[in-house]
Design a protein around this ligand. Structure first.
Ligand code: SF4
Length: 132
């Protein structure tokens, strides 16, 4: 596989790169995607002095210091009465992949939707299944 292809399939190349800027509201999603990124180990060595960004799931401030806790945001509560989600057409695939043990982040990459969309929709489906 070419270097260009490998770069293109990195989550931080496929999604909005601002999510990897420390302090961005997408930091929690970025960290979750880094957690299962197959390039995580290489990423650490490729970026020895990160500043103001998340690298390999670790947030750094503008001086390169580690940021602990601040980059993660609380998980939203599932809301049952939201409008129809962009993930609706993928309902069966999302449920099947979740049952197979895939994370919301992995599923989001496979179906090509933002992690937050897939995660909130998936959690709503699970909450509805429990309530039924
Ligand atoms: S581990 Fe590195 S290459 Fe992978 S998504 Fe995170 S920052 Fe990008």
């Amino acid at each position: 596989m070419s270097t260009a292809t490998l770069t293109a399939i990195r989550p931080c190349s496929r999604w909005d790169p601002r999510m990897w800027e420390t302090g961005n509201e997408g930091n929690a999603d970025a960290i979750e995607m880094c957690d299962w990124c197959p390039f995580k180990d290489n990423c650490r060595t490729e970026n020895p002095y990160p500043r103001g960004v998340i690298v390999a799931g670790v947030a750094h401030d503008d001086y390169g210091n580690l940021v602990t806790g601040k980059a993660r945001k609380p998980e939203p509560e599932p809301v049952s009465a939201r409008p129809v989600s962009l993930a609706e057409p993928y309902r069966d695939e999302i449920l099947r992949r979740h049952r197979d043990g895939q994370t919301w982040g992995q599923i989001a990459v496979v179906i090509g939707l933002p992690l937050s969309t897939v995660r909130s929709y998936g959690r709503r489906l699970l909450a509805q299944a429990v309530a039924a």
